[in-house]
Design a protein around this ligand. Structure first.
Ligand code: PTJ
Length: 277
């Protein structure tokens, strides 16, 4: 296996990729999950690989909704278990009512069991979804199968790295849906009551921290209403502002040119065309 150098400027990102590739070889993550991770990475890059002020607001509110819920459920797929089992265990410790349910788009019983094992090893208790007996109406994928004691009766559902169809289907069942998705334009982000546009492990860590802070507090002010469109618009504005700054500094240019293929870029073209403008 490739040795990763801690001095590599993208060490953390490479380590996460190596972990996902291992989880793929172990059968927890599907090939489509690796593609989905790449899409998430691209959006994280554009957002500056940090939690924006708006995402923090969403995460504080998410903690509050989960804290106040009667039957909160966190839905876990292959990517989520392999990236964030420890964070899920911490969140469940902070929110004792929280149920954790394995729910898969590409479902096999072996995968569901392997994911449940990974969660339990990290300290997650009461893992649901191994024998889902209820189908959410209006969905064709296996994601429609949910646990009668979990998502089927949840009042608040936290759905990271979800597909848009199910977010909409859960809304139709009048559940309050919190999504975690780095893509502010995805259907899940668009359809959720509360879209958290942030990286999964950062988001769960922040929600857990906030839930720990809420724990034990008797009197809480009423929670503020969510402003889903504003939250998504803030993420889009952040991406636009970062790209505008990068373009102004001349950071955008052609990628390094391979030696033998294609025309060579003309040196200084970018600068000359900027001066002309
Ligand atoms: O394990 P399964 O069988 O349930 O399959 C899981 C995948 C992820 C393959 C399935 O849910 C899927 O295809 O998801 P999508 O439709 O590709 O959506 C995943 C979304 O999550 C995309 O919008 C990505 O930008 C986003 N995303 C990927 N990685 C992260 C992320 N968002 C936050 N944090 C991440 N680490």
């Amino acid at each position: 296996m490739t040795q990763l150098s801690r001095r590599h400027p993208r060490y953390l990102s490479l380590r996460v990729r190596a972990g996902l590739a291992r989880a793929f070889r172990e059968g927890l993550v599907v090939p489509e999950g690796l593609v989905a991770h790449g899409r998430g990475e691209a959006f994280d890059y554009l957002l500056g690989e940090r939690t924006t002020a708006a995402a923090w607001k969403a995460e504080r509110l998410a903690a509050r909704w989960l804290h106040d819920a009667q039957r909160p459920v966190l839905s876990v797929n292959g990517n989520v278990a392999s990236l964030a089992s420890n964070e899920i265990a911490r969140l469940q410790r902070a929110l004792p009512r929280l149920r954790v349910e394995v729910n898969l788009f590409h479902r096999t019983e072996a995968r569901a069991r392997a994911i449940a094992r990974r969660l339990r090893r990290a300290g997650v208790t009461r893992v649901l979804g191994l024998r889902p007996g209820v189908r959410i109406p209006g969905l064709s994928s296996d994601r429609a199968w949910v646990d009668a004691a979990g998502i089927a009766v949840a009042d608040v559902a936290l759905v990271p790295l979800e597909d848009g169809d199910r977010t909409a289907a859960l809304r139709r069942l009048r559940k309050r849906v919190i999504s975690i998705d780095l893509n502010p334009l995805s259907r899940s982000s668009r359809d959720a009551n509360l879209p958290v546009v942030d990286e999964l492990t950062r988001a769960l860590d922040h929600i857990a921290r906030e839930a720990e802070r809420l724990d034990g507090r008797r009197r809480l002010r009423p929670a503020r209403p969510a402003r889903p469109s504003w939250l998504r618009a803030e993420a889009i504005r952040e991406i636009r502002a970062r790209l505008t700054r990068a373009a102004a500094r001349g950071e955008v240019g052609p990628p390094p040119w391979p030696r033998s293929t294609g025309p060579r870029p003309v040196r200084g073209t970018a600068r000359r065309s900027r001066r002309r403008r």
